[in-house]
Structure formats: structure tokens, C-alpha cells
Ligand binder design. Structure first.
Ligand SMILES: NC(=O)c1ccc[n+]([C@@H]2O[C@H](COP(=O)([O-])OP(=O)(O)OC[C@H]3O[C@@H](n4cnc5c(N)ncnc54)[C@H](OP(=O)(O)O)[C@@H]3O)[C@@H](O)[C@H]2O)c1
Length: 237
């Protein structure tokens, strides 16, 4: 039985991935903040699921994940799906810095821990859900776009390390456009993907060990436009 951990499994995309991994016979370690998200799933799949509730911005994620790995009896796949995205309107340092503690600091702690664990083990797969937001800055939520940009570059560096290590370590960067979850409520949206479809597409990318993928696939068109957009036009948007 393969073993996986999902950080941010109590709602949204992470929770949908839990359902898919259960169906695909994974033993799972799950983390989240609030206890009401996956209790029903836990009750119905007690042998397959270990759940830990903790705040990645306050506790040592590395310690909690190490404990989870011991309970699972190993680790093949770690998915980082936790994120804070309610930053529209540039809400100021305190709120932005709290989000940075998860989107940047905890992300770094967990990505670094995962890479080192898999390097020592000689194999493994680390997946993080960044965002298409990381491709350019945007005045409506500067900290969110900057944090996602940080994640994308960090994952790019890990891919280089993995390649040079010669070991069977895979790094996957998932870049969603808009997915219908709590995080996206109240935002102006288009090309919205359901969380079920998003999880299916993500799982397909994981199985194929892809380095990167847009969710849904047609967001690749927006990605190309965003990358090509001249600075003088971008400044006026
Ligand atoms: N939804 C979109 O449109 C969209 C688009 C692009 C990228 N993304 C990215 O996709 C990822 C998943 O997003 P989602 O839409 O599924 O969001 P979500 O439904 O809000 O889920 C976020 C998850 O992160 C957990 N979390 C939040 N703060 C935490 C903390 N301090 N410590 C530990 N866990 C914490 C939440 O736990 P609780 O549920 O227990 O609070 C939840 O499990 C995020 O990184 C997001 O930036 C989403």
C-alpha cells in the first residue's frame, strides 16, 4: 500500500484529493486546522487515515510530519495544499504577514523537509499547489501573488536538485486558475473548475509524474498571455 501525506486536507482541493487517494488504495496522513472538515471521511475509513490538526504557522510542521510518517510506516508522496488566499484589497502588513507565514515560511519548511526525506530515502514525490497567480504581480493581492511566485521558483530549484541527485525524486508544481472552493468565494472569476475536476486532473498529473500542470488545462493559454504581456501594458491593468 502506497503512503501519502496531504497538508491542507480538511477542505477544498486537498479534501477532494483525499477521496481520490482513498479510492486508489493509499494509506494517508492528513493535516488541517479545523476538525469539522474530514471527520466523516475519517470515521468511514479508520484503517486508511491518520489525521493531525495543527497550525503550520505556529507549530513545527517538520516535527508533526515526522510523527505522521512514523505512524504511516513510510512515505511515498507528500502534497502541500494548504494556503491562505483571502488577501484581496491589499489588507495590510499584519494580515499579509500571517498569510506569508503559511504560504512562504511553512511552505519552505515542508518543501525542504520533504526533499531531504526523499533524498535520504532515494525516492519520493513532492507536490505543491502554487497558482497561476505566481506568474505576475497583481495590485489586488500583492502578497498572495508574491508568495505563489516564491513557491514556483522554489519548486523549480528543487527540480534541479532532484535531477542532479540522480535519485528517483519527482517534484510537481500544480498551478490552478480558479477552483470553486472556500478560498475563491466572492472573487470575480471565469473559467472556474469544480474542486472534483481539479482533484482528478491533479491526480492524473501526479500519476504521470509531471513536473508542472495548469488546472484546468486551458489556463495554460492565460499563462502564455501573462508571461508575454509587456510591462507597460501590465502596469495599466
Ligand atoms: N481555489 C482556488 O481558486 C485556487 C486557485 C489557485 C491556487 N489555489 C491554491 O490551492 C491550494 C488549496 O486551496 P483551496 O482552494 O483548496 O483552499 P481551502 O479550501 O481554503 O483549503 C486550504 C487548506 O489549508 C488549510 N490551512 C489554512 N491555514 C492553515 C494553517 N495555518 N495551518 C495548517 N493548515 C492550514 C485549511 O485548513 P482548514 O480547512 O482546517 O481551515 C485547508 O485544509 C492553496 O495553496 C491555494 O493557494 C487555489
Amino acid at each position: 500500500m502506497k503512503k501519502a501525506i496531504i497538508i491542507g486536507a480538511t477542505s477544498g482541493i486537498g479534501k477532494e484529493l483525499v477521496k481520490l487517494l482513498i479510492d486508489n488504495d493509499y494509506k494517508l496522513g492528513l493535516t488541517g486546522l479545523h476538525t469539522n472538515g474530514i471527520e466523516e471521511l475519517r470515521q468511514n475509513n479508520q484503517k486508511q487515515l491518520e489525521v493531525r490538526y495543527f497550525d503550520c504557522t505556529k507549530e513545527s510542521s517538520a516535527e508533526r510530519i515526522t510523527e505522521l510518517v512514523a505512524s504511516l510506516g513510510g512515505l511515498d508522496l507528500l502534497i502541500f495544499s494548504a494556503g491562505i488566499g483571502h488577501l484581496n484589497g491589499n489588507p495590510g502588513f499584519e494580515v499579509e504577514n500571517h498569510a506569508n507565514k503559511l504560504n512562504v515560511m511553512a511552505f519552505t519548511e515542508i518543501a525542504d523537509w520533504s526533499y531531504r526525506f526523499f533524498e535520504k530515502q532515494g525516492k519520493g514525490h513532492f507536490v505543491a499547489i502554487s497558482s497561476i497567480a505566481g506568474l505576475r504581480g497583481y495590485r489586488v493581492s500583492p502578497a498572495y501573488h508574491a508568495a505563489k511566485s516564491y513557491q514556483i521558483r522554489y519548486l523549480e530549484a528543487l527540480k534541479q536538485k532532484a535531477y542532479r541527485s540522480g535519485k528517483s525524486i519527482c517534484i510537481t508544481d500544480i498551478r490552478p486558475g480558479f477552483v470553486e472552493t472556500e478560498m475563491s468565494v466572492g472573487k470575480k472569476q471565469f473559467w472556474v473548475t469544480s474542486k472534483e475536476k481539479a482533484a482528478e486532473q491533479i491526480f492524473r498529473l501526479i500519476k504521470r509524474k509531471k513536473g508542472m500542470g495548469y488546472i484546468s488545462r486551458r489556463w495554460q493559454i492565460i499563462a502564455i498571455i501573462m508571461k508575454l504581456l509587456p510591462r507597460w501594458i501590465h502596469r495599466r491593468i
